[in-house]
Design a protein around this ligand. Structure first.
Ligand SMILES: [Zn+2]
Ligand SMILES: [Zn+2]
Length: 164
């Protein structure tokens, strides 16, 4: 059976992150002690960062500045920090709000890819810094905007459990 497009994308993502970990990660011994968390799905006792969203299941760890694209473009600069999933850089979002933030980013990401054509070294890094700050700001604004009650009503209609 052919793997789905999203599965291929996911595989590519994990492969890329594995390569970065090999190149920029901590020595094996230290790595074992830290025990890398699962990359995308968090089962711990957490809640979606989006204001008013009470989802505690299927949470994804999200880099607020969409750091992945910058790590792809300038791995020496951004990948070592990316693979550490710093608390300051990340937040937890439910699947729906994780997809929503990436849709919200999309036009800005397009703009970024147009702007970096032909740039090298310092100019490129400067451009990455500017866009990373901009995307981080977008994420911080996005999570501050309160969701309407659809989250709860949807769960009720699906016959889900009552939440305290
Ligand atoms: Zn994300
Ligand atoms: Zn959410």
């Amino acid at each position: 059976m052919m793997p789905s497009k999203s599965q291929l994308k996911k595989d590519k993502y994990f492969l890329q992150v594995e390569q970065w970990k090999k190149k920029y990660g901590l020595p094996q011994e230290q790595e074992k002690k830290i025990k890398w968390q699962d990359l995308t799905t968090i089962k711990a006792d957490r809640i979606c960062a989006k204001k008013g969203c009470d989802r505690t299941f299927n949470l994804h760890r999200h880099h607020k500045g969409h750091d992945y694209i910058f790590a792809c473009i300038l791995p020496d600069v951004y990948a070592p920090r990316y693979i550490q999933y710093h608390n300051d850089d990340c937040c937890y979002l439910c699947k729906q709000h994780h997809q929503a933030i990436h849709r919200y980013y999309a036009p800005v990401v397009d703009e970024f890819f147009k702007e970096i054509v032909g740039l090298t070294n310092k100019d490129l890094e400067y451009c990455c810094e500017r866009y990373k700050a901009r995307l981080t700001k977008m994420c911080e604004n996005f999570i501050q905007v309160k969701v309407r009650n659809h989250v709860k009503s949807k769960r009720k209609s699906m016959g889900g459990r009552k939440h305290e």
